[in-house]
Write a protein that binds this ligand. Structure first.
Ligand code: ADP
Ligand code: MG
Length: 294
């Protein structure tokens, strides 16, 4: 394509809410055959809500909310914000500031609140401290996940105390975006650190058949590499810090404009409005600009 055509393509992209880093990006965009989609914040809104609290027999719900809420208040993860907001609302109190707060990427958070050593996150985070969920909480977790919700475990002072249910909604535009991407001949794959049941429920809602779940943040990049090793040309769409390496590795990285700076810096394209349909627009635009379709 001529430089003029590329400039026109880039300008048209801007009108569609697609920021293109350089003219060579259009060439790559044209070739992709697989699109890997992060779940939280990309296919879903990422705005989660605390829906339910299940406590172990001897555990007080308000204390659970105070401790878990205080810890999560120190994290920027969408799940953490839901727990903190839900806890502040349900307890009607100002959350304490934790000491020794640490974020454990892909697993959860840990820290000390009111003198208690608190863990909030995946069952796997608790397992690292050899803490097991009692049967009643395991059941609550499984039921929540079967319903497509994310179950978060809470432990303090070496004991599992509660399971919190959080959920976020699929973006209204996601299903249509997947249909359009398929229409352009791309195979969609949902990639997430969240559990298999939740991932499958979201995938079914938007029309994705292939799910890769329970992937640690640092392993997302390996999923992209594996697909590339199979000879696929991979587009990756993501919004989080945990997506940055995969966005950089992908043949084409598409960052949600509503996402983190790390993702936007790593991507080749930014979907300004965070609307997944713009991913399909970008591919169509590249093919048109470079003369594959008219
Ligand atoms: P995704 O790939 O869907 O964007 P992440 O890799 O950020 O998800 O997180 C994976 C999983 O780890 C979450 O689904 C959640 O179960 C758990 N997790 C991560 N951070 C937190 C947190 N601050 N509080 C509770 N759970 C968390
Ligand atoms: Mg995300």
């Amino acid at each position: 394509a001529t430089p003029t055509a590329l400039m026109v393509g880039t300008g048209r992209g801007a009108q569609l809410g697609i920021l293109i880093k350089g003219p060579e990006v259009l060439e790559t965009t044209r070739k992709v055959d697989t699109v890997v989609l992060d779940k939280t914040g990309t296919v879903t809104t990422g705005k989660m809500t605390l829906l339910a609290v299940h406590t172990a027999d001897s555990t007080d719900e308000m204390e659970t909310l105070r401790l878990a809420g205080a810890l999560e208040n120190a994290s920027e993860h969408p799940i953490a914000q839901a727990v903190a907001a839900g806890a502040a609302e349900r307890t009607g109190s100002v959350l304490a500031t934790p000491e020794g707060f640490a974020n454990v990427p892909g697993l959860g958070v840990q820290g000390v609140v009111d003198g208690h050593a608190v863990l909030v996150g995946r069952e796997k985070l608790l397992a690292e401290w050899e803490i097991r969920l009692p049967d009643a909480l395991l059941k609550a977790k499984r039921d929540a996940e079967a319903a497509g919700r994310t179950a978060i475990a809470v432990a303090w002072d070496g004991e599992a105390r509660a399971v919190l249910e959080v959920a976020d909604a699929v973006k209204e535009t996601s299903a249509e975006a997947i249909t359009r991407l398929r229409g352009l001949g791309l195979t969609p794959i949902l990639l997430t650190g969240d559990n298999q049941a939740v991932a499958e429920s979201v995938a079914a809602e938007v029309g994705i058949d292939e799910v890769i779940a329970e992937v640690m943040p640092e392993d997302k990049v390996d999923v992209v590499k594996r697909l590339q090793a199979e000879g696929r040309s991979v587009a990756m769409v993501g919004d989080g810090v945990n997506d940055a390496a995969a966005l950089a590795q992908a043949d084409l990285g598409l960052a949600m404009g509503t996402g983190t700076d790390a993702a936007i810096e790593a991507g080749d394209l930014t979907l300004v409005r965070g609307d997944l349909r713009a991913a399909a627009d970008a591919i169509r635009l590249a093919r048109r600009t470079l003369g594959t379709i008219r």
